[in-house]
Design a protein around this ligand. Sequence first.
Ligand SMILES: Cc1cc2nc3c(=O)[nH]c(=O)nc-3n(C[C@H](O)[C@H](O)[C@H](O)COP(=O)(O)OP(=O)(O)OC[C@H]3O[C@@H](n4cnc5c(N)ncnc54)[C@H](O)[C@@H]3O)c2cc1C
Length: 387
Amino acid sequence: MDDSHAVVVGAGIGGLSAALALHRRGWRVTVLERAAELREVGAGLTLMANALRGLDALGLGPAVRRGGHAEAPGGIRDRRGRWLSRVDGAELTRQLGTTAVGVHRAMLHRALREALPASSLRTDAEVEHVESGPGRAEVHYRGHAGSQTVTADLVVAADGLRSRIRAQLWPQHPAPAYAGSTAWRAAIAFPDPVPVAISWGPGAEFGMVPLGGGQVYWYGALNAPPGGHAPDELAALRERFGDWHDPVPALLAATPPGVVLRNDIYHLAVPLPSYVRGRVALLGDAAHAMTPNLGQGAGQAIEDAVVLGAVCADGAEGLPAALAAYDEQRRPRSQAIARAAFNAGRYGQQLRNPVAVALRDTALRLTPARTALRGMARYAGWRPPAG
Ligand SMILES: Cc1cc2nc3c(=O)[nH]c(=O)nc-3n(C[C@H](O)[C@H](O)[C@H](O)COP(=O)(O)OP(=O)(O)OC[C@H]3O[C@@H](n4cnc5c(N)ncnc54)[C@H](O)[C@@H]3O)c2cc1C
């Protein structure tokens, strides 16, 4: 391949995965990240089978599995701990060929970073706008030395939920919308075994994911107006979830002050008409920010990256056709998953009418295990393109 050059905007999980996918296909890659330092804040993540297969294709599957905790999701409980739906973990693993893995975000981020040449990563580089011409694209950014421009054959916009590049290229497209819920999360030391499971109460959800090495990632989500703050977030959560089943209160009791992250959940409620404009491809949350209810946001970003690498395997040669194939392969699936995630939140965490909750819980208890399994396997069954 000749010297094909890709500029990736944003060094989150999506941007680093895309940079790695292109680097492995022979591209020269420059990653521009506005943060002064490359570090992933955040707690834990569940990587479903599709995300793990994507990481396998990037050569990182074994390291990520080793660095996390492999366990099939256990199912859904009510707030008293009664199982509403149980997943046959062994059967799910048999069908998908791999379990899910709970990982600390920082571990995944570090693994991606370390797989890239250090010289490809530029921090303190805030992209201001992109010009996509017929032969080359120009990326204008503000660095520590002032305004700078870098040219590229391909620009990957992986600049997250509030993507400036998306807003520049699709100025009429509606901004991300508040989904109605706020989430709190933390990764903590917790030596007792816990299953991977979520629990639902009226307008509330609590999830727990073991990360291995005596660490557990937990999150709580509640219906709430956006922009709220509690003087002591942890105390407010302990009060809200204090009468939930074990080990919910114990997890909150074991959480040190100051480690809880609070995020209002926004998503791209109106799907984009394309993920490609000229030489620019949108990827990850920039393309399809979704609610976290299916644990698929990072997984979809990883899938995007793997597919982008595959369609661009011949370098800048034939880029328009390659990017058209990227859009065709990624948009329908990721937008369907975003839609399903939003609906899962409405039916699950956000439901609060007591009659509706009772009906839903009964329906879940009566759902055959096989059907529940099919639902879980539907999105996790993705495999990377051959070659
Ligand atoms: C509460 C919660 C729980 C979640 N749980 C899961 C889960 O269990 N499993 C899962 O798969 N997903 C989960 N997700 C979703 C997942 O975190 C995101 O989908 C994923 O991290 C998106 O990665 P990204 O790289 O696309 O975007 P981001 O992580 O937002 O990265 C964007 C990067 O671009 C940089 N940037 C932005 N603008 C510019 C600019 N102008 N110039 C240069 N750099 C710029 C930012 O600084 C940032 O580093 C969860 C999300 C939330 C909120």
